[in-house]
Design a protein around this ligand. Structure first.
Ligand code: TXA
Ligand code: MG
Length: 347
């Protein structure tokens, strides 16, 4: 049975947090909110506890985990070297939705890094997350708290849908503010490499670094990914999804054409679209709005809930509208392409 704790995100009850932290110290799994998505936490220095994360999620063992810390100076306990790029990025964007990949210290268990010589580290800004980590007194390994392959959870309810009964406890402190995962930057390459776009935008990285490589795997499905997590189907709703990538003026037309064909073929159709297009679809379509196409932050915050909204809708196919790859739009499009298994429709 999974214990349920409800907390105020801005004034979390310390007694409750201490109880949850104690579970972590005992090697148990605790789901907790961060500013990006809910994480599934375990003592990051305890290989047995970390093995439990892989079991509960059904996660492939070659996909490494992020270690979460409660204070920036703790990076030095996990990193063998802190490159200038990592120093500059963390000074500017920690605490926050940024993960740096650095060479690891020997004390980091192999199971955390999937045997790699590097480790991913993040200092979240969420007060509940930081207090929990502080009270646990160890770095906390935490992937997103979903079943592997499913959209990440942005509410406690989403976590329970996937993991109820499989984990010791969950802390509910409401919906996550950002809604997509942290930005992952490999700081071990001569020019730092963006492995996963996220809450800290490409533009924000450029501001600090002046130069950023983009991992070729972000470009499409045909290249071999460097961040092991990027090779799996991810974030996917239950029904197959197609992504429309076109200029705003054309997207509506393209979407309606595809939907009309699917309906004519006798299919039950779902759609994830902007508030600009939602009213222009045929009446039979089961639709979810993800926000205005002019507001990537709003779309990021609503994205995974929108994808999960089709879980019980029994649609045969889902069409999603793409947005511009600016600011948080880069992370949104990365997740939408993966959720669509790279089934992309262009004009
Ligand atoms: O926002 C987030 O980052 C959330 C919250 C809970 O903090 N966590 C999260 O973890 O998204 P997860 O496990 O779902 O994604 C971690 C990503 C994966 O793509 C993984 O392959 C990559 O980070 N990663 C972890 N360690 C790595 C390493 N040593 N080298 C390259 N990539 C690494
Ligand atoms: Mg994940």
């Amino acid at each position: 049975q999974t214990k349920y704790y409800k907390l105020d995100a801005n004034k979390p009850d310390q007694v409750v947090l201490a109880e949850a932290a104690q579970l972590l110290q005992q090697g148990k799994l605790v789901a907790f909110p961060t500013e990006t998505v809910y994480g599934l936490g375990a003592n990051g220095l305890d290989a047995e506890a970390v093995a439990g994360i892989f079991r509960a999620k059904g996660r492939p063992s070659d996909n490494p985990l992020i270690l979460h810390i409660d204070a920036a100076d703790k990076l030095h306990q996990l990193a063998a070297v802190v490159p200038a790029s990592a120093k500059a990025l963390t000074e500017r964007y920690w605490p926050g939705p940024l993960t740096v990949v650095v060479e690891r210290q020997p004390q980091v268990p192999d199971i955390v890094t999937a045997g790699l010589n590097t480790v991913a580290v993040r200092l979240p800004s969420s007060l509940v997350a930081r207090e929990l980590i502080r009270l646990a007194g160890v770095p906390i390994a935490a992937p997103s708290a979903n079943t592997s392959g499913r959209p990440s959870p942005t509410t406690a309810e989403d976590v329970l849908t996937d993991l109820d009964g499989k984990i010791a406890a969950i802390i509910d402190a409401g919906a996550c503010r950002i809604g997509v995962e942290s930005t992952v930057v490999d700081c071990t390459t001569p020019v730092p490499t963006l492995l996963r776009p996220g809450g800290i935008t490409y533009e924000m990285l450029m501001e600090v670094l002046g130069e950023v490589e983009i991992d070729p795997a972000l470009g499409g499905a045909s290249v071999i990914p460097k961040s092991p997590g990027m090779k799996y189907t991810h974030y996917a709703p239950i029904a197959p999804m197609f992504l429309i990538e076109a200029e705003p003026q054309l997207a509506g037309e393209l979407l309606r054409r595809e939907i009309t064909q699917a309906l004519a073929g006798g299919k039950k159709v779902g759609a994830v679209v902007s508030s600009e297009l939602i009213d222009s679809l045929p009446p039979q379509v089961i639709r979810t709005g993800y926000g205005s196409r002019t507001d990537a932050a709003e779309i990021a915050a609503n994205l995974y809930t929108a994808l999960r909204s089709f879980d019980n809708a029994e649609v045969d196919v889902i069409y999603a509208e793409g947005i511009r790859e600016q600011g948080l739009g880069l992370a949104v499009m990365n997740r939408l392409r993966k959720a669509a298994g790279y089934r992309i429709i262009r004009n």
